[in-house]
Every structure is written in C-alpha cells, then in structure tokens.
Ligand binder design. Sequence first.
Ligand SMILES: Cc1ncc(COP(=O)(O)O)c(C=O)c1O
Length: 447
Amino acid sequence: MAVRAESPRSGTVHGDGAHGASSPPGVACPPSQVLGRAAPAYAGPVATVDLAAVRAAAAALEGVVARTPVERSRVLSELVGDEVWLKCENLQRAGSFKIRGAFTRLSRLSPEERARGVVAASAGNHAQGVALAARELGIKATVFMPADAALPKLAATRDYGAEVVLGGASLDEIIPRAHELAERTGATFIHPFDHADVVAGQGSLGLEILEQVPDVRTILVPLGGGGLAAGMVAALREAAPRVQVVGVQAEKVAAYPTSFARGRPVAVEVARTMADGIAVGCPGEVPFDILSAARTPVRTVTEEDLSRALLLMIERAKMLVEPSGAAGVAALLADPGGLAGPVVVVLSGGNVDPLVLMRILRHGMTAAGRYLGLHIRIADRPGGLAALLGDIAEAGANVMHVSHVRTSSDLAVDEVDVDVRIETKGPEHCGEVVDRLRTAGYAVRVD
Ligand SMILES: Cc1ncc(COP(=O)(O)O)c(C=O)c1O
C-alpha cells in the first residue's frame, strides 16, 4: 500500500501546472521547505505506490470523477501507421486529471486534519482540482494564486468554493506563504505531485485506459513533476507490464532526462514555455523513484510541436486542449516512429485562457506553414496594389495585412514595396502562391 507521508525530502514546488519557479539549474533540488524543516540529502526511495494503492484510489474515485471518453484519431493513426486513441481527460471535471490525485489525498485525511482545512499554491489546474475535491468532501480550502493568474482559472477556483489569496509574482513567492498559513493554522499543505496518495489517485487514469483500450501497448503522457506518469507506471507495471508509458516534457523545461542521467532529482532552469502545466523545474521524489526504477522513456517537444498539436486537436479532433495537455500529440507530430501500437495519447487538460489560446493558435498556424509573409516590389501607379491583391486572391490565398513601404534606398521613384501577410492552406500552397506571383512578373521576396 502507499506510504501516506509527503516525501520528507521534498516539498519545494518548482511548478505545478502553473508558472514554474526558478531554481539553480543542474543542482540537486533544494531541501524541503515543508513547515520550515531542514531536510537531509537525497538518500533513495522514500515512499512508493503499487497497483493495490492505485486500485484503492480508483474505487474511491468512482462517482467522483467522470469516466472520460477515448476517441480514435484518424489523422494520428495514419501518421503512426497504427491505431491511435485520445484519452480525453480535458473533459474531466474541473478540466484536467488533477481532481483524481487531489480527491484521493484529501479523502485520506483524518477527521482532525479535515477540520483544520487544506492549503495549496497554484496558478493552474492543481488549484481547481484541490478546490473541487475540497468542496466534494466539505473541507475548507485556501488556495494561493499569483497575481497574474488567468482570470478563468481564478474564477473557477473561487466558484468551487475555495478561498483564493491573490498576490505575488510567481509560485516561488506564494509557496512559502501557503506553508506559513499551514504552519500557523494546522491546515494540510497539498503538494501537486510529490505525495504517494496524489500519485495513486493520478494512477487511476492508467487503469481506466486499460479498461477502455485493453490491447494498448504505448501511452504518451504529459510529464511535469511526474505525479501522473508515475501513478500510471505504478499501476500498469503490475496490471499490464507490456504497456510502455512514455513521458513527454517541454524541451525548454525538461528536468527528467537530466535527473535520470544523474540518478536523482535535479533542478533545471524554468524557461518560458506555453506548456506552463508541465514546466516543473524539479521532479518530485516519489514520482522520480517510480519512473527511474521503471526506466520510463521521456521525449521532449518544442514550442512549435506544441502549438501545431493544439491546432490539430481543434481542427481535426474538435478537442479544446491546453498546451501541456497536448504534449503527447506534439510528441507524435515531432516523431511518429518507434512506438508500438495501439497508442493512447493522454489529453491531460483543457483549461486554457481564450486570449492565450488565440496567441497559440496563431503560433500554430505559423508553425504549420499556414501564414506567409511576402515583400513584393510593384510599380507605384493607380491600380498597382489592386492588381497585386487580385493576383493573390486568384492564387486562393487570403490577405490578412498589407502595408506600403516607400523607404527602401534602392527603390526607384516610380516603385513601391508592398509587405503582405497572407493565410494559405499549408506549406505546399505557400509555394504555389509564390510561383504564381513570380510567373506573373512580380519580384517576390519571402519573409
Ligand atoms: C494539463 C496538465 N498536464 C500534465 C501535468 C503534469 O502533471 P505532473 O506534475 O503530475 O507530472 C499538469 C500539471 O499540472 C497539467 O496541468
């Protein structure tokens, strides 16, 4: 069974599904700040999770979490050359898998602990997961959120009944405040991933996948601190050893490959990535021990892979997924080879601020070669620009932005440069548009 203690050597959260906090790269993760205790150096596994622990968590979650659907993805199946299924945890209650771990952790608190309430620090899905789990169990929750937390996440956390304490620039700043409140009031600090009960709860997702796709061979799962991947590995290494769980991290914040190489959780710098949910600077110790023992492979994805994945999910699968939640799809787009099928890709969350979504989709359209920037020199005479725009329209492209530039030193007096940004149907179409304009006699320079 799971050991129910939070790892005594960990507790510093470097990200949580929110903005990662900074920590010196390449060094062992800082010692525990939990309740201000000093912590001994890393000394091997402290707590583990097994199939029985995950089964117990899954039983307690029945009726609490939704059994989210799995949908076959035709486009990804064609890409991989085998069956690919999407596990739609973006449709889970509170918009991500986080309710699984949060509910499991909270439901195992003693009556005295429940009466004292819980505290969390998060800007993202953990905040909503804890708030909803606390409401289900009638426990008071206080959630510290950074001042710039996205409004929809803030509103949802409040709507679930949590008291939200807003302020601070980053998780670095708010985690100590959450610990301080826990110490002062006796409330329990709920770690987003580094606790055996949280890991066991997340693992229920693995068992659900096994029921829904019994012949699954590979599961791609977004990887941050490691709670989700570790829970699934803990369950499946016993229940279905043939299944390979593959973790996916954002290339910009990939703490696991370095940590595996060093044999211990090692902090990496937390660079900006659109996948804020998996931007965790240091693996949790409970998850690290499980994932390293199982030699879990980890792939990394670029920002372009992520935005293309998001776009593909919206356009082709009609799925609204947040960047972290689409990391598995991004990994398939980046490299569809080398995976045994059937493959299940976990869409781990769907909470994305509409404004951020707009920016990411634009990024995804660019990454997918759907935008084209051109500089075209034309004669400066009435109707010149109209003729150019007509030619672009005939090529089937949509003009999004046009500007006249008359400042180039090499322009003749009767010439003008036109900068156009156009929307195309994809990379091939971009080439066709340029060829067509050149054939029509324009001097075209591609951005
Ligand atoms: C959408 C999403 N996917 C994946 C993760 C990573 O989970 P873990 O930290 O348990 O690895 C998170 C963490 O918050 C998340 O919000």
